[in-house]
Design a protein around this ligand. Sequence first.
Ligand code: HEC
Ligand code: HEC
Length: 250
Amino acid sequence: MPRWRPTWMIVVALFAVMMTVALVRGAQARADGALMRADPERILNMPALARSALAQGHDGFVQHCASCHGAGGPNQARGVPDLTDGDFLYGTGQVAEIEQIVLHGIRSGDPRGWQLAAMPAYAHAKPYGAEPIPPMTPAQIGDMIQFLRAKHGVATDQAAAARGGKVYAGSGGCYDCHGNDAAGNEAIGAPNLLDDVWLYGGSAATLDRTFREGRAGVSPAYARVLTPVEARAIAVYVAHLARHDRQPAP
Ligand code: HEC
Ligand code: HEC
């Protein structure tokens, strides 16, 4: 047996392995490039790109988001919104809007994240740092609970609800953030108070806690943790969750 043969076979085998690695890397780089170049709102309509983005996004979601967002559903005890219901605190569920939240977060400390408003703590002498909003008395808080419960047809004291309505539109300043109609404001993340989608909950006890102590939920910023490709893939996956109401990703 000639001695050179095994050596050459090793060289050829190594070459084949290197070529394969290069081809796979090249294909991955092309897919990554396509994901970043595409119009984010059209990715879910582009089957091949959507498939790879959803697979990568699902893995990223499990690794980075599921500790709080679980399978995407709500967790009112922790103020974690339902990402599968198509009802968004911020924006309308566009991929670009979700990507902005993934990268820069909500009240995350990242100056590019959402931090335009928070729920004031009305039992405190100075309820809100950013604006001079007066505190509410315990009686006013009781009235406010009745006012909101009346919006859901479950008030027990209509006179109190009427008094609460005056505070809502007056000294409480609620209208300023949640709107005159209480339907919320997705430009500052103020929730709709009329629908049955609760961030923290609509029981009298939970509302009492919300009014007394305020609320300021945090979604962390991942700009330093994820690559732009990973962040976009996760945003595509979350947009898909919202559009396909509780259906698992392919
Ligand atoms: C530490 C817990 C935590 C982690 C981890 C987390 N989030 Fe959040 N997320 C929250 C909370 C709490 C809110 C609600 C913030 C608020 O009250 O405004 C939120 C809000 C959001 C929203 C806005 C929903 C809406 O209705 O507008 C999106 C989108 C979101 N998170 C996506 C993600 C993604 C994607 C990840 C992973 C990359 C992630 N979050 C990681 C806790 C978390
Ligand atoms: C400065 C803006 C601002 C004002 C004023 C304000 N809110 Fe809020 N409110 C918010 C924001 C922002 C949130 C969401 C907090 C979060 O995401 O953690 C919120 C949350 C809430 C919630 C929790 C809803 C849920 O789904 O669990 C209720 C209830 C509420 N506000 C009612 C009121 C009422 C009633 C008033 C007046 C007494 C009021 N808010 C005044 C900004 C405001």
